[in-house]
Design a protein around this ligand. Structure first.
Ligand code: ADP
Ligand code: MG
Length: 495
């Protein structure tokens, strides 16, 4: 495994240095277990449904009864292919299942079936924005494996039990290069990965139920030095804890080094109650697992045709959708990325854009006012009280000059509170802009007559004086005049 470490090292040369913490550079690599959304297990026909009575969903294969044989679940392989295609990876035409040997009560076979030397998905990258900066985290691999069971500590009877319902649940383990340079970047990566697997529908993404679990490998070094020794924080199942755990771990490692200690490679757990990480065991090496090819399973062969078929059935991916939004709707890379945060959001945007024919305005409303409201009440786009059609109608009324931007905010307020007819709201609140030039001209003339000083200043070359006049006219029209029209009229009248 020292070769692997050297490869990581070589690959980190020439990558930009991240933000320093007390003079140290933070290096992070992720291993994520995404539970694949198949009905049955990876090598047996038992159900994968969550929350059943212990041991009601474990068949003879999952219990590792002698004489049973694993049979590969095609749906799990297809989901791995989908993932590989989504992140631009190589799909191995032939990959191998291996036995990872270790003893634990929740692992009745005494080994976990995984992939080791030749994983099914190789390479690829996950791209995302960190603030306004575009990042790309390279993936080493993604491999198929089975989950283990669970130990249940029944405190009330002072005994522990084993629940094998989870044993044999299909997992895709997704491994990155140590490309991340801060806890914020790590969280942004994890969110993007979560978006991809849920978008393509290979994983339900439920972090509380453990469907998407991240292990963060963290080390620190002085810029330009070789990679430091890493510690691996296990099973981070919320984005909030992820950031807290990494920040704590970074501080801890720097303190150790500054105090003259060396970092020992270890597996640690984050305790959300104390906000601290604690060593669970010293980290084992690959050699400790005595990996060898599983003689019960033939090599996994994936034909080019199979890959093409899977590709043909996949919906448009976030990345290509974002690219299309840029060319079709003239949106910036940033806006397009924002709008493809989820399939539901992207669908909402396209529907609103079509309804009003003003993609840029739709984008602004969705990423601005609407996003603010949704976030404020912790709602998802699916729960938005304002439908995409209704938002589209609101935008139409802005572009056809029926209402001003300010009035539009008032209409939006009413829509948010449950009203749904844009024109009826405009009518009942009297928000219609004054588009009657005759009436507007009268007001403009009145304001000009009453404000000789401003008029003189403007004529003397002071453009600011015009704003004062516009303001007066807007007030006199009770906000119903169109500011642009007022501007034009004034300039015309004052020469
Ligand atoms: P293991 O076999 O223990 O799982 P790997 O070699 O597969 O170890 O690496 C696991 C993860 O650790 C990868 O995501 C990799 O990017 C990350 N990693 C490797 N070296 C470092 C390091 N020095 N600092 C931080 N992360 C690292
Ligand atoms: Mg690993």
């Amino acid at each position: 495994m020292s070769e692997t470490v050297n490869t990581f090292e070589a690959q980190q040369q020439g990558r930009p240095t991240g933000p320093l913490v007390h003079g140290y550079e933070v290096i992070i690599g992720f291993e994520t277990h995404a539970q694949l959304s198949t009905q049955s297990k990876i090598f047996s026909r038992a159900s994968t449904a969550f929350g059943a009575e212990p041991n009601t969903q474990a068949c003879a294969v999952d219990l590792a009864l002698p004489g049973t044989l694993p049979v590969m679940n095609k749906g799990a392989v297809e989901r791995a292919i989908q993932f590989g295609l989504a992140i631009g990876a190589h799909i191995a035409p032939r990959s191998i299942f291996a036995r990872k040997n270790y003893f634990y009560p929740d692992l009745p076979k005494g080994y976990q079936i995984s992939q080791f030397e030749i994983p099914v998905v190789q390479g690829g990258a996950v791209e995302f924005f960190l603030g306004e900066e575009k990042k790309s985290v390279r993936l080493v691999r993604a491999h198929l494996e089975e989950d283990a069971g669970k130990s249940l500590h029944e405190d009330f009877i002072g005994q522990s039990g084993i629940d094998l319902n989870r044993a044999g649940t299909p997992l895709l383990e997704i491994v990155t290069e140590p490309d991340m340079r801060s806890s914020a970047e790590a969280v942004a990566y994890a969110k993007e990965l979560h978006k991809i697997v849920t978008w393509i529908g290979i994983c339900d993404g439920n972090m509380q139920e453990g469907s998407f679990r991240c292990d963060a490998n963290v080390s620190v070094r002085k810029p330009g030095s070789p990679l430091g020794t890493r510690r691996e924080i296990k099973n981070l199942n919320s984005f909030k804890f992820m950031q807290q755990a990494i920040d704590y771990e970074v501080r801890w490692q720097i303190e150790q080094i500054e105090d003259g200690h060396t970092i020992q490679q270890a597996t640690v757990l984050f305790n959300p109650d104390t906000g601290e990480t604690r060593a669970m065991r010293t980290k084992e090496d690959a050699a400790d697992y005595r990996y060898f090819p599983d003689p019960d399973l033939p090599p996994l062969c994936i034909s080019e045709q199979w890959v093409q078929d899977v590709r043909g059935q996949m919906a448009e991916l976030p990345r290509s959708m974002a690219a299309r939004f840029q060319t079709d709707y003239w949106l910036s890379d940033y806006d397009a990325t924002q709008l493809t945060q989820s399939l539901a959001l992207a669908t909402y945007f396209e529907a609103a854009a079509k309804a009003c024919g003003q993609a840029k305005l739709a984008s602004n409303w969705i990423t601005g006012e609407l996003a603010r409201r949704l976030n404020g009440q912790d709602l998802s786009i699916e729960q938005s009280p304002v439908s995409s059609q209704t938002l589209g109608q609101l935008i139409v009324r802005i572009t056809d000059s029926t209402i001003s931007n300010n009035a539009a905010k008032q209409v939006f307020d009413a829509l948010w509170e449950g009203a749904d007819d844009v024109d009826a709201i405009i009518e009942s609140k009297g928000l219609k802009q004054m588009n009657d030039t005759g009436a507007l001209e009268t007001i403009v003339q009145q304001v000009i007559d009453k404000n000789e000083k401003n008029v003189a200043e403007f004529k003397a070359g002071n453009d600011k004086a015009l704003n004062a006049l516009v303001g007066q006219i807007m007030k006199a029209s009770q906000g119903k005049a169109n500011p642009q029209q007022v501007n034009d009229l004034l300039r015309r009248k004052l020469g």
